[in-house]
Design a protein around this ligand. Structure first.
Ligand code: FRU
Length: 484
């Protein structure tokens, strides 16, 4: 049976078979969300990159499509983005039938092996049948390389304020901004980042967009930058900057380093172009380059995060980018258990048993006091989540969560995160588990944590305890319907 292998996610996107990494070309058009992704159709480890393709009408159920982009004489097809060229500015379609346009990075393997530094360039591909089939632009590349080794991952979008196309891409330790009238000829405008933010590794997969700040009339631009390595809990992670963008350059007064997700497994995430209602929807790759190729799955490797809606809020006089599962996710939930009030006595465990926490959502509100949650199974695998109210620290301990020995760093350390932006007296906990992943959202995504786990058997027990007296409210356990 399909999609029944051990660890196979049941409600997250994963390829039918073989290797996947970054989400690419996320664009909405005529009722359909397109998801392309870094894909190697011949093995379950990274190899010559293609763009795989899937579509969805609700961001939850996915239909696999045929491979969209294949490597050609200019190189492999690395990460990038897609737009709908509604006014046919490129001239590659017509006004009646606007082209869908993908801009991606060509990676020339021979050039790299030959010791050159200009082996990454930006290419363009277009579709005249709403994403079904793709043609390469004859005069590729559209952006040449002046000798920067890591020069990639273009995100293009229509800037409605300047009435121009924008492109942001990364060049080693910084991002570069470009403008264009036709998506083909690009003008370099500015660069950002060499002296700011985290630099533990090269910058990858940029994105930039504007959001309203909740409860105000203010609007701010958010710049996403993935880095590998250099994430707070090891390996790859995604940081963000809040600032202003005039279509040419990005400016920020931000001093601290901010991360969109504090778990170990949310990388290379970017957002959709052209979504209805101006919603800003994010999908990340639910893995980490430290061990992406070693995880104990067969037939396929890795999955995407749940699609998440992004929003901005000012907390502690500081901008915070929130992310939480998109609305249609709720339709997958089937109620299994609910309790209005659950008193917790100091040092006394409250235990829930449930046949399969590995396809479930657990939600509750708890007073902001120390709290320890342990998911476990009959073979004593245990995944421990701990909130320390005094230190304002949240930790995930997957050291004994199941199979961890496929790579050294995976189960080596407890992952700790300081969470000063939890300022409320009661905290909302939302925990979503799908066989080989856990996604935790505190206060509607003020903090999120995404991690892979490989328990030998599904978790069937959840214990809740504290060394303090507290009250837990609105506890619900939902089964999550599969999508395949
Ligand atoms: C990020 C990344 C991108 C690159 C792609 C190659 O995970 O390294 O920078 O375009 O993967 O597959």
């Amino acid at each position: 049976e399909k999609y029944k292998e051990p660890f196979r996610p049941q409600f997250h996107f994963s390829p039918e078979k073989k290797w996947m990494n970054d989400p690419n070309g996320m664009v909405y058009y005529k009722g359909i969300y397109h998801l392309f992704y870094q894909y190697y159709p011949d093995d379950i480890v990274w190899g010559p990159m293609h763009w795989g393709h899937a579509t969805s009408t609700d961001l939850i159920h996915w239909t696999h499509k045929k491979i969209a982009l294949f490597p050609d004489k200019l190189g492999m097809i690395f990460s990038g983005s897609a737009v709908v060229d509604i006014d046919n500015t490129s001239g590659l379609g017509t006004k009646e039938n606007p082209p869908m346009i993908a801009v991606f990075t060509y990676h020339d393997m021979a050039g790299e092996k030959g010791g050159r530094t200009d082996y990454q360039t930006q290419g363009l591909s277009y579709s005249l049948d709403e994403g079904e089939t793709w043609l390469k632009y004859e005069k590729n590349p559209i952006v040449k390389n002046s000798g920067v080794k890591d020069f990639r991952d273009p995100k293009v979008f229509w800037n409605n304020e300047t009435k121009l196309w924008n492109m942001v891409l990364v060049a080693g330790d910084h991002a570069q901004f470009y403008t264009s009238e036709n998506l083909i000829n690009w003008k370099f405008e500015s660069q950002f980042g060499e002296n700011i933010g985290a630099h533990g590794g090269v910058w990858e997969c940029p994105d930039i967009f504007k959001l309203k700040v909740a409860n105000s009339n203010e609007e701010k631009w958010v710049l996403l930058i993935s880095i590998n390595p250099g994430a707070p809990n090891g390996g790859s992670g995604t940081q963000y900057f809040i600032g202003d963008f005039d279509g040419k350059s990005f400016k920020t007064t931000q001093k601290d380093i901010k991360w969109i997700d504090n778990g170990a497994d949310n990388y290379a995430g970017v957002t959709y172009n052209n979504t209805p209602d101006n919603k800003r929807i994010f999908i990340g790759w639910m893995s980490n380059w430290s061990y992406a190729r070693d995880t104990p799955t067969k037939n396929w490797r890795s999955a995407m995060t749940l699609p998440r809606e992004l929003s901005l809020e000012k907390i502690n006089n500081n901008y915070v980018l929130k992310n939480s599962p998109v609305e249609p996710f709720k339709k997958q939930l089937v109620s299994e258990f609910s309790k209005d009030i659950l008193p917790i006595k100091p040092n006394q465990k409250v235990t829930f048993t449930y046949e399969n926490f590995n396809q479930s959502e657990v939600k509750f509100k708890a007073s902001s006091k120390n709290l320890k949650l342990v998911f476990s199974n009959e073979v004593n695998d245990s995944l421990v989540l701990n909130y320390d109210a005094v230190q304002k620290n949240f930790s995930i301990d997957r050291r004994h969560s199941g199979i961890v020995n496929f790579e050294k760093s995976f189960g080596e350390k407890i992952h700790n995160t300081k969470i000063p932006n939890i300022t409320t007296e009661t905290i909302d906990y939302q925990i979503v588990i799908d066989w080989s992943s856990i996604e935790i959202f505190l206060n509607g995504g003020v903090y999120s944590f995404t991690e892979q786990i490989f328990p030998s058997k599904p978790y069937t027990k959840l214990s809740i305890q504290s060394d303090e007296k507290l009250e837990i409210k609105n506890v619900t356990i939902h089964r999550i319907k599969g999508i395949w």
